[in-house]
Design a protein around this ligand. Sequence first.
Ligand code: URA
Length: 236
Amino acid sequence: MERLDKFLCDAGAGTRSQMKQILKSGRVTVDGIVERDGSRKIDPAVHRISLDDTELRGRCMLVAMLNKPAGFVTATQDRQERTVMELLPKELLAQDVKPVGRLDKATEGLLLFTNDGDLLHRLISPRKEVPKVYYARHEGTATGEDVEAFAAGLTLGDGTKCLPAVLEPVGTGESLVTVCEGKYHQVRRMMAARNMPVTYLERQKEGPLSLGELPRGQVRLLTAEEVEMLQSYMAK
Ligand code: URA
């Protein structure tokens, strides 16, 4: 159940400030009966809501995944740089989706977008500690001591303390890094703190979602199963 005025706003019937007037003028009906009270609770799956005799369908929650290429900044607009928004089709832009967290300009890989403010905030909340897995190419080779230092929680050069993280060497100068927070340049700074400057970084996983076979530069909507999986993961 949700408030009628919120449903109307989300469905694009008008702005929050216009909603009082729209309701007062008797243009909104619930199951054919004029409703002027915006605080009335409705269930969009049960009630038929109309504005000027046109039935409204609630805005559905959209979540999309981009395989971000290097060279784009994670921002909705920027005066100088190309932004990740330029990689989205206009149908998604029309749904007012926003990037979930950020990847550096040089970082590639999994970047989520959603039009659902609640989901966005839960995904980036440090309290939720959603694990993110990065593939890093770097100078040097990770040792057992580096693995232990990551597990204990690193302190960066400027004194910033990091939560415990997982460092998994996968080859010479190649590692997987799992972090549950999103500090500025986090993985690059953590690796630098252990004398392994990163030369290439790709996010491969976020919570229960993986990049899979999505080609670089391409975007796709999550399937209903993936959205459900994400929501139940976040509800834990
Ligand atoms: N850590 C970084 O250093 N950069 C990113 O883009 C993401 C995580």
